[in-house]
Design a protein around this ligand. Sequence first.
Ligand SMILES: Cc1ncc(C[n+]2csc(CCOP(=O)(O)OP(=O)(O)O)c2C)c(N)n1
Ligand SMILES: [Mg+2]
Length: 325
Amino acid sequence: MTLNGLIEQCQLEEVPNEYVAMRLVRAFEERAYQAYNGGEVKGSIHSSVGHEAIAAAAGRAFKVQDYIACTHRGHGHAITRGTDVGRMFAELMGKESGTCRGRGGSMHLTDKSVGLIGANGIVGASVELAVGAAMSIKTLGDRSAVAIASFGDGATAQGSFHEGMNLASLWKLPVVFLCENNQYAVTAHVSDAIAAASIVDFAEPYKNVEGIAVDGRDYDAVAEAMVFARQRAVSGGGPVLIEAKTYRFMGHSRGDPAFGAYRSKEAHLAEVANDPIERFIMARQLPQGEIVRVNSVIAEFIERAIDFGRSASEPAADSALEYVY
Ligand SMILES: Cc1ncc(C[n+]2csc(CCOP(=O)(O)OP(=O)(O)O)c2C)c(N)n1
Ligand SMILES: [Mg+2]
């Protein structure tokens, strides 16, 4: 039950694969949220609605041999790298068939088979994991792979971000720093929390690091920046810091409303009107009838995937300490 399998099922002619990728991420997030509210998901979840163009572009621009470390908002990257979506639901539900045998849940969803070296609940930790992976790539003399650190705007206030940038800069490591700036760290707006005028400015003091700021809701712009960044990093040119600017369409996590407390309804509605999926449909002038047909194939796929999670078994209680480190 992978994205590529779904793309085959869709028998696409007039709709590109990237649309399916973005729409699958959206459908997963919406269904996972519903399942959370229905008590089926254990632990916490964080929705990546609004970030779909970034995940879809990463799925396209990066290669199977690359490594990616994610944040607590990492479902989209797992999907576009090719993690089995049924096993993702099983993981969220704490089931034995999950990608981490139900021990990780949403925030620690890991899938070595696709180079996903972990979602992470520690803000900023994805930077150090990716820099470590990039060090191993360089040490082994592998000239075919890069590591990607996905992190939020809030993570750029962490020491780990600057430590990672410093080492990667000094040693010209093959790493792509991907800041998914959704404007908020829980309730704090980026302008109140981060000292730089723009996050991309953090590339400036670090030698060998190139900074690129893109509209994170524009699939083509993000994909172009990532293809460039990967090429530069893999060929020994040094790291790239991509700032992909978007908006967090939902609340921070379960229980946090999308607007009302710290975001006004008017400002929120103006942001969600700028929807990466709708923009892609408009930019490519995709036929409405085909969109409706493909969306229904995706909806059925999601139902099969969640049913897989539901019917999977719970880990045995006496195995709780196995497979944890
Ligand atoms: C080291 C650390 N400090 C604080 C937290 C609590 N926390 C969880 S998510 C979050 C905000 C993260 O914001 P950002 O990096 O912008 O990512 P986003 O949630 O917007 O994707 C904070 C402060 C944490 N998990 N880890
Ligand atoms: Mg943020």
